[in-house]
Design a protein around this ligand. Sequence first.
Ligand code: TXA
Ligand code: MG
Length: 325
Amino acid sequence: MGQFLSNCSIDSLNVAAQVLKDGSLVAFPTETVYGLGADANNELAVARIYEVKGRPADHPLIVHIADIKYLEQWISEIPEYAIELARAFWPGPMTLILKRSAMAKDFITGNQDTVGIRIPNNSLALGLLEAFHKIGGAGIAAPSANRFGQVSPTTAAAVSEEIGDYLAETDFVLDGGQSEVGLESTIIDCTSVAPSILRPGAITDLMIEDVTKFKVSENIDKDLSGLEIRVSGSLENHYAPKAKVILDQIPIAGSGFIALENIPTPTGVIRLAAPKSVEEFARVLYESMREGDHQNLATIFIEQPMGEGLAVAIRDRLSRSARGR
Ligand code: TXA
Ligand code: MG
């Protein structure tokens, strides 16, 4: 079941860091979604992540660090534009894919010669990471804390709903309230002459172009070099609730409905969320899909937000949800 910690004082963060060092798992909040963390240097601990998630073992994990000063030990080279991105958007909802150092073992990278790194913008996550660095930890490997293929958790309650049954007595879940962004980080491939987006998120193509002056390409679902880049989120059956998700159609009575506030609810339809902005849409999306499952709804209709920026990331996840499990 794991121990649930909602009083996340410095003392309890120190305890949680030690739990990681001892090889157990700690689920923790980030501004994007909750992560399921393990010591990124401990192969056995990392293997338990795959067990708990039910995820194929060759999918690479993001290494989370507390500060840019811990970056160089994980990587072997970094282009100038990636340094600019790191300075501009870390801590924040952005993961950089970089050429790995010897520190980033195959069990982290899924046998690729690259490693994904992120500095999350959440005080509990940063506190945990700092405490972990203090006792000699180099980084925390953490995928989203959901079972493979399902919707990422944005609250501690959703974490225990997803993986509580698979955690051991010695594992921890840190409760930091609701994740502010609500969608997983933007993943940027920084191994070529110019950056490209592997997974859209709150750091948008325009923001990246603004900082780097490069035209950003999207390589979602594609690969760059003929080698397959394994972004597991780019598998089709992802981000899916139990209910069937149908996009941009008029909802039928008895089904769930998620749409921006200005779109009215047809008679007999169960409104699961009416966000006022695209930001709020992203923040509440996964929780409202979960709510649909709690209400045992067979179908959830979702009207996708239009436009650029964060709406692109929302539509990316929704198109995958709609393909089902
Ligand atoms: O917002 C986030 O990124 C959250 C929080 C916890 O940080 N984490 C997250 O992790 O979404 P995960 O494992 O659910 O999704 C990370 C994605 C996976 O699809 C993985 O395949 C991809 O990042 N990834 C990790 N390392 C990679 C690498 N070296 N090359 C290509 N893709 C990589
Ligand atoms: Mg995930």
